[in-house]
Design a protein around this ligand. Sequence first.
Ligand SMILES: Nc1ncnc2c1ncn2[C@@H]1O[C@H](COP(=O)(O)OP(=O)(O)O)[C@@H](O)[C@H]1O
Ligand SMILES: [Mg+2]
Length: 528
Amino acid sequence: MTSIPLAVEMRGVTKVFPGVVANDSVDLNIHAGEIHALLGENGAGKSTLMNILAGLYQPDGGEVWLHGEPAVIRSPSDAIRLGVGMVHQHFKLVQPQTVAENVILGLKEPAFRLDMKRTAREISALGEQYKLTVDPNAYIWQLSVGEQQRVEILKMLYRNADILILDEPTAVLTPQESEELGLTLRRMIEEPAIRGRGGNKAVIFISHKLDEVTRFADRVTVLRGGKVEATLDTPGVSKAELASLMVGRSVIFQIEKPPYVEGVTEETRQEVLFAVHDLHALNDKGLPALDGVTLDIHAGEILGIAGVAGNGQRELAETITGLRNVTSGQVLVRSGGHGGKLVDATNHSPHQIIEDGLSHVPGDRLGIGLVGNLAISDNIILKEYRQAPLSRGPFLNRTSIGLFAERLVKAFHVATPNVERPVRLLSGGNLQKVILAREITASSGLLVAVHPTRGLDVGATESVQRSLLDERAKGAGILLVSEDLDELLSICDRIAVMFEGKVMGILPAENANRNELGLMMAGENVDE
Ligand SMILES: Nc1ncnc2c1ncn2[C@@H]1O[C@H](COP(=O)(O)OP(=O)(O)O)[C@@H](O)[C@H]1O
Ligand SMILES: [Mg+2]
């Protein structure tokens, strides 16, 4: 039907931040009745573009048309009036209020006049229609992250959104919850839009996961460096094609995992390099975060930790590396690595843990991982500088440091003109490689890695994963916390699933499947 205008048309939209063109003359067409994915690496400009559509940012150039008419969107309330609703990456719900109170928050009607019973009924009906089940009278703090996301979506539907934007919605969901979300989005686009001339509602979802883009979307627009690379129909486009559009060169997907015992003898494989026993710890709010976690990490293995964010993974990594207090239970570390003595390292300082030979690739790269203003070479030696030949007495040997750093930069494929560049000028992938280089080199084969590939492009991801597998082949024991199930399945030997501070089970990676892992991530017991 040619009479139905485009739901959204962005024409030559440009947005400049100091030092970066976040969106560079972007053309984007969204049809009524479609699910449209916006795909791109971290920093490609996806959120910025959608924040413009949702009225949070004003473009520096270009135009936005809605339903065939020019639209002026100066604020989020303009956007909502025009039927554009956005669910942000970080939810904006008020924790001490109920679902219903959050849904009506900010609506123009005088709150004291509102009939909360009626509102609750309307929310239930909407929930039923879209299969977004959530109790309207529950408090936000009582809800899981997945349920909170449903509230955000309901909030937009309650405001009669015709164009729903979701920014990386599946990052906080289990695989099953992601599938359900996909179905909900399908239901949405089958509903007629209130505005426009006879079209259906439209959904735009931002993602950097190729898998769900090809599964959920009707069409996809790929952004790279603020520019549109292509808009394609998803049936008929391959993941390899999308990946190369996303990163600008072709990408190899399969990563070879050598068999478990290669490079490691049967004897070393028995050796526990570090372990936690019945570990308990509190989170930043003083609530229980770890509830009796027991794990062994052996020589020559990568033990993966799967789980939806916020189920104790971060606290686990922090207690092992001395950054968080253990309230009860034990952390054991084989001091000096292979052949050393297994010592009780419970509540050791981070410094002592490093001395014991355990290294840490933290999830927060610039926070505790690196010193932004220091040169790459200085960051690389942050841990090593006490040892000859990098220092002699109290003096640092600049030549040796430079050579050492150059060797590591080469070995870990860090893209930089030289090792004297401050690390803050490196891209995310290269930052992560610098941390890996440092931590792996400084360790005695004991490593805790938290989200080492999060936000990296496909190429950098592959080289980080390869480094981890290389260390494993040399007999290292690695605890890998990741939210990426494909990563866990492809490089781990065993996968432990955490839910509400407990280990729900540990599966050999070769026998594990996404479905089973997903159920465990949602707290269901799966028979071992
Ligand atoms: N508020 C801001 N101020 C300055 N720079 C920003 C701001 N928001 C985004 N950027 C920059 O704009 C670029 C695109 O960012 P963003 O739209 O968040 O990308 P994506 O969502 O694709 O990861 C990045 O280089 C980012 O650092
Ligand atoms: Mg973003």
